[in-house]
Write a protein that binds this ligand. Structure first.
Ligand SMILES: [Zn+2]
Length: 109
């Protein structure tokens, strides 16, 4: 059933490399990075996600996982609270000096 995957696909290995650079974050680690902005994150980020379901409204992301990518930006992947479909949210934490300072303090194991 996996016959077509016999030859390595370049796209796949690039994606793999990219994925490998992501670090999973816990809620506590994200809270540490955001500091005083934690409340803003809960009020403005989690509740303002795009989904393709109808009616077209901003949705809340639920059951999400948090990852830090190689640009030090936070990526959330979770589900839409309305239809349960997969949605994501991107937070440009790598753009902020404050966040970067705290990200560097995190001890990834
Ligand atoms: Zn939805």
């Amino acid at each position: 059933m996996v016959v077509n995957n016999f030859l390595p696909s370049p796209a796949k290995s690039i994606r793999h490399k990219y994925m490998a650079k992501k670090k999973e974050l816990t809620d506590e680690q994200l809270r540490f990075i955001l500091g005083d902005d934690w409340q803003w994150f809960n009020d403005e980020i989690l509740t303002n996600c795009f989904c393709t379901c109808e009616p077209r409204e901003l949705r809340t992301i639920v059951d999400y996982k948090i990852a830090l990518n190689k640009f030090n930006d936070v990526e959330l992947t979770g589900k839409c609270n309305h239809c349960g479909g997969p949605i994501g949210r991107y937070v440009e934490t790598g753009e902020s000096e404050e966040y970067l300072k705290r990200i560097k303090k995190l001890d990834f194991k």
